[in-house]
Design a protein around this ligand. Structure first.
Ligand code: MGD
Ligand code: MGD
Ligand code: SF4
Ligand code: MO
Length: 732
């Protein structure tokens, strides 16, 4: 048993880096990090699996050469990747070979957050967790445990948490990501657009991207279909305060004033209705409350929208007519990360309504009808029924929240109301980077009796844990099957390609063995994951051996469009597309979206915007040597005139300070005409503060640190993050 401190972590890693940096290529990392311990394996083998560098789950094939990870490529049989990975997926091997990986279970020895650890065995770690949770269960009930997770691996821990008896489970992919979109679309069409958005971009003749920055947002299938649309000569309309990669492909680029999209959307709809350009047949067949809707938007003319949005009335008219010309193969992309300004469900509902006017829902080139392969569950005894309801949304304060709200659990942990939360289990989500206002997260953690983090890296959240459990990375483990609804129904398998280099274990193994230690073994009747997967696959007519060979199988194709025989079904109260929403009205909200102007930046301040870079995922990849070599730090996009006015030039390092006095790490100015003068922009995920992430530590600035303010969506509890204003200061 040894004591790990930050310094020890650094010492161990520094030697490895020195050796690895000589070659700088995948092969040399492999040689350094995976060599010695393996029994010699000769030759080459190719193993199908699916990627985990983001949550898109692209089918891939990993090549192992002489026992070492060599490369990873797209699996041509996979409908999601279609044989190609995005740059991050291609660099995924760098995750497995990261010399800073957590190697063994750790128990905290110093102050919480001081990152002082004792390395322990799995049995000892499980013993501590089991006894602590048993104690908390006896004293405060099983509901006092909350689980935060992100990604498919979270499924094993959901199972464990439900078996334990807690209803409190949330992921940042709702209240910090796609929640408002799903809410706005469900209120309108009775359904969302799914995890793999069912956008038929490859067949669109007109595509509208409103702050959906495909090309930087690299969700693989989406980017491929976007390129196909561009290649086919589709009219691309891009609305973004920043001239994004997508904007460079556009026929029309609308540099909108941040936070005014609802005004533009209302004006577009006003043009379609007043000029009778909308799909009258579709609307009368499937629509509910169109007359009231039309009356509500009558005053939102392009002339009205101009001073709000900064977009010329004639450009608003021209783009509305362009969409109408191509309908129904005219798609207004629903977007993904939709928590922007705190009124986002209504903005997303306006996007949904615009699609409805264009008749694109259920139509070719619009939003197709997806289907999936049904795989029966592995049977187990029923979960206990929690005595108390989930507390993330007390009193149904956010009546249209379709999923659990992470920040609601955080709030309850701080207030102790409606009942106390005493322990968090955190799987694969860096809550200090994914939730706004880091101080609130730290305050909640300080209120806990116990924090367990399952991570692959010494992330910032792991730094606060009482017990850290090191997970094997995706190339070393089985996981749940992937079978999201899509245009081609499919089932794909994640399987181990190589063994874990140290004492890391797969999530399924951690959940099962911890469950057994907690006396919940009856909920885990499977022998191991192979038994579990084979049983489930056989229920659907496949076998594990088959999936291990090919990685992915396809189910029978279903009709994609209404005109091909897909059934038009709208799971709304009226059974139709709700142009006017009585359920919103009844709950005290606007039945048709209305526009509220955003707050203006105070003099000398700029709105802080953020987004993705093609080679990084959130805060997960900045320490990945392969990807960090391509982009080692982020930059601050500042309008050229603004930078000049402030006395900074391109390439200068500055510090960003927000209205609450938080100062960022240093970041390089990118002076550019490609952004409006009222906002600045940075890529999310940089500015790591965990010293144990030896490659990423201190590189670039963190938007998460600067997002001290957020605005909560009254419909679903999402946190609008684009409401922070910042200024630039010299480094010293
Ligand atoms: N400030 C700010 N906040 C945001 C966003 C933003 O752009 N800016 N974006 C929002 C959006 S859209 C989303 S979807 C969320 C994403 O939020 P998260 O999913 O929480 O994203 P990450 O911060 O990348 O956290 C991933 C964590 O998983 C760990 N990890 C990596 N591989 C493995 C593994 O194999 N096993 C385990 N157990 N752990 C692993 C990483 O080390 C890291 O700690 O964030 C939201 N929050
Ligand atoms: N490479 C890479 N790709 C990813 C991810 C990743 O981490 N890395 N994460 C994936 C995930 S989970 C998500 S949710 C998506 C997120 O990607 P997107 O869904 O595309 O969303 P955002 O990151 O919010 O988009 C930011 C864009 O919106 C613009 N913007 C900011 N404010 C406004 C405004 O008021 N109006 C308009 N019209 N535009 C505005 C910004 O300039 C920027 O171009 O990316 C996915 N793809
Ligand atoms: S989009 Fe890229 S990172 Fe995400 S799963 Fe696919 S290949 Fe991996
Ligand atoms: Mo997201």
């Amino acid at each position: 048993m040894s004591t790990y401190t930050r310094r020890n972590f650094l010492k161990i890693s520094a030697a490895t880096i020195a050796a690895a940096s000589v070659g700088g290529k995948v092969a040399s990392y492999a040689a350094e990090n995976l060599g010695g311990a393996r029994p010699p394996e000769r030759g080459e083998r190719r193993v199908p699996t699916f990627c985990d560098i983001c949550f898109w789950k692209c089918g891939a094939i990993a090549t192992v050469r002489d026992g070492k990870l060599w490369k990873i490529e797209g699996n041509p049989e996979d409908p999601i990747s279609r044989g190609r990975l995005c740059p991050r997926g291609t660099g995924g091997i760098g995750h497995a070979l990261d010399p800073d990986r957590l190697r063994t279970p750790l128990i905290r020895t110093g102050e919480r957050g001081a990152e002082q650890w004792k390395a322990v065995s799995w049995d000892e770690a499980f013993g501590v967790i089991a006894s602590k949770l048993a104690h908390l269960k006896a004293e405060h009930g099983p509901e006092s445990l909350a689980l935060f997770s992100h990604g498919i691996g979270g499924a094993h821990f959901h199972h464990l948490a439900k078996a334990f008896g807690t209803p409190n489970m949330a992921a940042p992919s709702f209240a910090q990501c796609r929640g408002p979109r799903d809410t706005g679309f469900t209120l309108t069409f009775g359904d969302g657009v799914g995890g793999i958005e069912r956008t038929d971009m490859r067949n669109s003749d007109c595509l509208v991207l409103i702050g959906t920055h495909l090309g930087e947002n690299m969700h693989n299938t989406q980017v491929q279909e976007f390129s196909e649309a561009v290649g086919r000569g589709a009219s691309i309309i891009v609305v973004d305060p920043r001239f994004s990669v997508a904007a460079s492909k556009a026929k029309y680029y609308l540099p909108i004033k941040p936070g005014t999209d609802t005004a533009l959307l209302l004006a577009w709809m006003n043009v379609l209705v007043s000029e009778k350009l909308y799909d009258t047949e579709y609307v009368s067949k499937y629509g509910f409350g169109f007359e009231q809707f039309a009356a509500s938007i009558r005053s939102y003319t392009p002339e009205w929208a101009f001073p709000e949005t900064g977009i010329e009335p004639e450009l608003i008219r021209a783009t509305a007519r362009e969409m109408a010309r191509h309908r129904p193969a005219s798609l207004v992309h629903p977007g993904r990360h939709s928590n922007w300004y705190g009124n986002d469900s209504q903005r997303s509902r306006a996007v949904a309504l615009l699609n409805a006017l264009l008749g694109s829902w259920g139509r070719k080139g619009g939003i197709y009808v997806a289907s999936s392969v049904d795989i029966p569950a592995y049977p187990h005894i029923p979960y206990p029924k929690p005595a108390r309801a989930a507390l993330d949304n007390p009193g149904n304060r956010y009546p249209f929240a379709g999923e659990a709200i992470t920040t609601g659990i955080r709030e309850a942990t701080i207030t102790g109301k409606p009942y106390p939360i005493k322990a968090w289990m955190v799987y694969a989500t860096n809550l200090l980077y994914s939730l706004p206002n880091q101080q609130e997260t730290i305050q909640a953690i300080q209120n806990l009796d116990f924090l367990v983090v399952v991570d692959a890296l010494p992330s910032e959240i792991a730094g606060w844990a009482d017990v850290v459990l090191p997970e094997s990375v995706y190339l070393e483990r089985y996981d749940e099957l992937s079978s999201d609804p899509f245009r081609d129904p499919f089932v794909s398998l994640r399987q181990p390609v190589v063994e874990s280099p140290h004492d890391q274990k797969p999530g399924w193994w951690i959940a099962k063995n911890l469950g057994e230690k907690m006396g919940l073994g009856a909920y885990f009747p499977w022998k191991d994951m192979e038994d579990y997967l084979d049983h489930r696959l056989r229920g659907a007519g496949y076998t594990l051996d088959q999936l291990k060979r090919v990685g992915v199988v396809r189910g029978p194709k279903q009709p994609l469009y209404f005109e091909e025989g897909a059934t038009p079904e709208f799971d709304t109260p009226s059974g139709k597309i709700e142009f006017y929403s009585l359920q919103l009205q009844k709950a005290g909200f606007d039945p048709v979206p209305v526009y509220t102007p955003p707050e203006a930046p105070p003099p000398g301040y700029y709105r802080l915007l953020f987004g993705r870079a093609s080679v990084h995922t959130f805060s997960r990849t900045e320490n990945n040597r392969i990807l960090a070599d391509v982009m080692p730090e982020n930059a601050l996009w500042v309008n050229t005139a603004v930078a000049r006015g402030l006395g900074f030039k391109d390439g200068d390092y500055v510090v960003v300070r927000n209205l609450d006095g938080v100062r960022s790490n240093r970041i390089q100015v990118r002076a550019t005409e490609r952004i409006r003068p009222d906002c600045v922009y940075m890529v999310h995920g940089f500015g790591h503060t965990s010293k144990a992430l030896t490659k990423a530590f201190g590189h670039g600035a963190s938007d998460s640190q600067l997002l001290t303010r957020y605005k909560t969506d009254p419909l679903m509890g999402g946190t609008g993050l684009n409401v922070n204003f910042v200024t630039l200061e010299s480094e010293v």
